[in-house]
Ligand binder design. Structure first.
Ligand SMILES: NC(=O)c1ccc[n+]([C@@H]2O[C@H](COP(=O)([O-])OP(=O)(O)OC[C@H]3O[C@@H](n4cnc5c(N)ncnc54)[C@H](O)[C@@H]3O)[C@@H](O)[C@H]2O)c1
Length: 247
């Protein structure tokens, strides 16, 4: 088992990619804190893990709120004694051209996707500096590295996550804390399920591999970055996108 005895927080852990990460980390021996704004789904995810004999707890968090994120890290440490791994994964998406994009929608995307990563990284690193070790994986996106028609605030927020990750990777590498990001292509989760069949076909065509990704495939990449298998990797943005950005 790659994470035996480790304690991990996964934000956005109630469903999609985050839920798969919680499941995989638990199977690899970690105690998992499922952290999400969605209480009902998040609690169910944690209960499911516990019912299968894993160490798991649900903590409600709004990653845009400082006190809420502080409380999340404290709850993990109070419950499981330490914090080895933070997966900053909660996110929302939008596809609106800038001339139609309200300031409210822009602010909401930046708040959840970028400020949320700032806050979760900040308070995880505070705890990890105290311990002298830790690993952080941020869920950025391939759309933090390329432009995409009408995906305005989302691409801006993920570009911020990609570069914040580089800076934190550089800043804390010598202090025993590794910070990296995973950059998924289009993944078959609720985030993109409201797209029309035509739009989905178009997305599939854009991936050289000829299909969308599955959340389990992103979870495996996150496990690599969170485990000792990636002990010499820091400040990296790992593309897991079926070749989308390689073309
Ligand atoms: N699905 C994709 O195609 C894709 C591609 C690239 C990157 N990503 C990124 O992967 C991450 C997970 O996406 P997903 O596809 O699993 O989405 P999802 O919608 O299935 O899950 C997102 C989770 O985040 C939670 N969340 C939203 N706002 C929150 C907040 N303020 N505080 C706490 N939790 C909050 C939601 O309740 C939900 O459980 C996101 O950061 C997303 O941008 C997804």
């Amino acid at each position: 088992m790659k994470l035996l005895g480790r304690v991990a927080i996964v934000t956005g852990g109630a469903k999609g990619i985050g839920k798969c990460v919680c499941q995989l980390f638990a199977e690899e021996g970690a105690a998992v804190v499922v952290a999400d704004l969605d209480v009902e789904t998040g609690q169910m995810a944690a209960d499911e893990l516990a019912a299968n004999g894993h160490k798991a707890a649900f903590v409600k968090v709004d990653v845009t709120k400082e006190e809420s994120v502080k409380g999340l890290v404290k709850a993990a440490v109070d419950t499981f004694g330490k914090l080895d791994i933070m997966i900053a994964n909660a996110g929302i998406a939008e596809t609106i051209p800038i001339h139609n994009l309200s300031l409210e929608t822009w602010n909401r995307t930046i708040d959840v996707n970028l400020t949320g990563v700032f806050l979760t990284n900040k308070y995880a690193i505070e705890q990890m500096l105290f311990q002298g070790y830790g690993v952080i994986v941020n869920t950025a996106s391939m759309l933090g590295h390329i432009g995409r028609n009408e995906v305005t605030s989302y691409t801006a927020s993920k570009g911020g996550v990609a570069n914040l990750t580089r800076t934190l990777g550089v800043t804390y590498a010598s202090k025993g804390i590794r910070v990296n990001a995973v950059c998924p292509g289009y993944i078959d989760t609720d985030l993109i399920r409201n797209k029309s069949p035509e739009a989905k076909e178009e997305l599939i065509r854009l991936h050289p591999i000829g299909r969308l990704g599955q959340p389990e495939e992103i979870a495996k990449a996150i496990l690599f970055l969170a485990s000792d298998d990636s002990s010499f990797v820091c400040g990296a943005n790992l593309m897991v996108d079926g070749g989308f950005t390689a073309q």
